[in-house]
Design a protein around this ligand. Structure first.
Ligand SMILES: Cc1cc2nc3c(=O)[nH]c(=O)nc-3n(C[C@H](O)[C@H](O)[C@H](O)COP(=O)(O)OP(=O)(O)OC[C@H]3O[C@@H](n4cnc5c(N)ncnc54)[C@H](O)[C@@H]3O)c2cc1C
Length: 497
């Protein structure tokens, strides 16, 4: 397993009792949790193979309290890990034994909705789906829709630059956030971005998206809202060949039509979802594609016919069009519950997240299936095919000795394959604790050095979520993935393993 504490951990030899007393001076006693039974629920996020009890948990109720906690931690050189709902799948919100876990759970208010400008101002602990629920009466919705949207928070979405089914057409979180309020490690409140089309200066707004709690704590977000389309219709296409389904995805995008969602599931995922929610999926198919088209009535009618023809000419055995809204939701119910459904196939599964150029889908899926045999572990694939964002779910049993390690190695090899074909080691789940080694494969020393410089500009003492997202150069040297430029070995003084 990867080492959770990668960077030199700040806050070693923290005086726990003194920190708790200091925290209790800046916030009400009920906002500071320190008993073992209170800390337990915070010991992991969605990547539950990694666990760590935090030093203490704080649940501030006001921005001023967040500022006070940050100033205090800065003064005492204590690390701070921000947490939303803890649904992250890469160990981003994994606590530190010597660090404060700062939960934004109490920041759960929608502050204002502006239907004319189509924006909403929300606190970071607001659940993703709660935004859409609040603005539905205005005929609006919030675009990015992670499958975890019922639980995950907008603060966590920004910190991970979360995606979802609709991101193919409507963009990731970064494309749907206009302005942020962020508390820095020294307690300053920054306003980043603007409600206007552009903001002068460096694009710190883009930088905060995907910053994984390493640069500041988000305390407010202004998000864009989209008008609900006149019509949305879904198609379900079944294939008896996984690679053909991959080719069909590339062919659809090549026509210039951008579906609102274009998702793929392979046979193990289809069977699991069908058993779980009875969505009417063809259980003998090797792959299904779910394609949603939205827009005006006329647009959707035209596109449905074109996509249907294209799917059939790409080798689909059958193409079904949802008859009505009920059936459209049933099609999606299977996809949306695919993760828990796959969870019933095996005691444990490991969800990977990598992105590849769409044209590589067929090749990479074929290779993953070969690797499944090499590593001796089954894989179910369910993913955002239109974005080239893969989610291989590696099935394993943590009670069998060595299986977790095999699953991790297999997962690492998949991510390295993504890099080799021109993709990236993360699509939407972030790097967190999980993918530090693969960051060494993705980036060269010069790029990692710039990441560290940027982090130091925001957080000179390395107190915000240390050990996550950006590996130390030392770790890359240990992992053996440091790039050698023109034969010059970087950091020759570091020991090699
Ligand atoms: C079943 C399931 C399905 C999922 N499907 C998707 C999907 O389709 N698309 C997708 O993108 N993700 C998906 N995820 C992953 C996860 O839901 C997202 O990464 C989500 O954005 C995390 O939000 P959270 O509130 O739970 O954040 P956490 O898990 O609590 O935190 C995630 C990261 O954000 C940081 N953070 C949290 N709040 C703040 C804040 N206010 N300020 C600064 N940093 C902060 C944390 O330090 C951590 O690094 C899925 C997870 C599960 C369990």
């Amino acid at each position: 397993m990867n080492s959770a504490a990668d960077n030199a951990a700040p806050g070693k030899n923290v005086d726990r009792a003194a920190i708790i007393r200091a925290l209790q001076r800046v916030m009400p006693a009920h906002c500071v949790l320190s008993k073992p039974e209170e800390l337990g629920p915070y010991e992991c996020d969605g990547l539950s193979a990694y666990r760590q009890t935090p030093l203490v948990v704080v649940l501030p109720e006001t921005v001023e309290q967040v500022q006070a906690v940050m100033s205090l931690c800065n003064e005492h050189r204590v690390a701070v890990v921000a947490r939303g709902a803890g649904t992250g799948l890469s160990g981003g919100a994994l606590p530190l034994a010597e660090g404060v876990l700062l939960s934004l759970a109490k920041f759960n208010r929608i502050l204002s909705v502006d239907p004319v400008n189509r924006t909403a101002r929300v606190e970071p602990g607001v659940r993703n789906l709660a935004i859409t629920e609040a603005v539905t009466p205005h005929g609006l919705y919030y675009g990015p829709d992670p499958s975890s949207q019922i639980a995950c928070t907008i603060g966590g979405n920004v910190a991970e630059n979360a995606g979802g089914v609709h991101c193919l057409k409507y963009g990731l979180t970064v494309h749907n956030v206009l302005r942020l309020k962020v508390v820095t490690i020294d307690g300053e409140l920054l306003t980043i971005g603007s409600e206007a089309l552009d903001a002068p200066g460096y694009d710190l707004l883009a930088l905060m998206n995907g910053s994984e709690g390493m640069l500041g704590v988000i305390v407010e977000a202004t998000v864009k809202l989209l008008p609900k389309p006149e019509r949305a219709q879904a198609l379900l296409a079944s294939f008896d060949d996984l690679e053909r389904a991959g080719e069909a995805v590339a062919a659809i995008i090549a026509t210039g039509i951008t579906p609102a969602g274009l998702e793929m599931m392979d046979n193990p995922a289809i069977r699991a979802a069908e058993d779980f929610v009875h969505a009417g999926y063809p259980v003998d198919a090797e792959a299904i594609l779910l394609c949603e088209l939205d827009g005006t009535n006329a647009e959707v009618s035209d596109q449905i016919m074109r996509v249907r023809d294209l799917l059939l000419s790409s080798g689909a055995k059958e193409v079904r069009t949802a008859e009505d809204e009920r059936e459209r939701l049933v099609f999606w119910a299977g996809r949306k519950s695919a993760f828990p459904a796959v969870g019933r196939l095996s005691p444990d599964y490991y969800c990977m997240d990598g992105t590849i150029p769409r044209k590589e889908l067929a090749h990479v899926l074929g290779r993953i299936s070969e690797m499944s045999k090499e590593y001796g572990l089954r894989v179910a694939n369910v993913f955002h095919a239109g974005d080239g964002n893969l989610h291989p779910l590696i099935l394993y049993d943590a009670n069998k000795e060595g299986e977790l390690e095999t699953a991790e190695n297999f997962g690492g090899a998949i991510l390295e394959l993504c890099v080799a074909v021109g993709g990236t080691v993360t699509g939407e789940h972030g790097v967190g604790t999980e993918k530090l080694n693969q960051m060494c494969v993705q980036f060269e020393t010069a790029e990692l050095t710039q990441f560290h410089a940027l982090k130091a500009a925001f957080d000179p003492h390395g107190l915000l979520n240390p050990g996550k997202a950006v590996p130390t150069l030392h770790r890359c040297a240990e992992f053996g993935a440091m790039h050698v430029h023109k034969g010059e070995l970087p950091f020759p003084e570091l020991p090699r393993f």
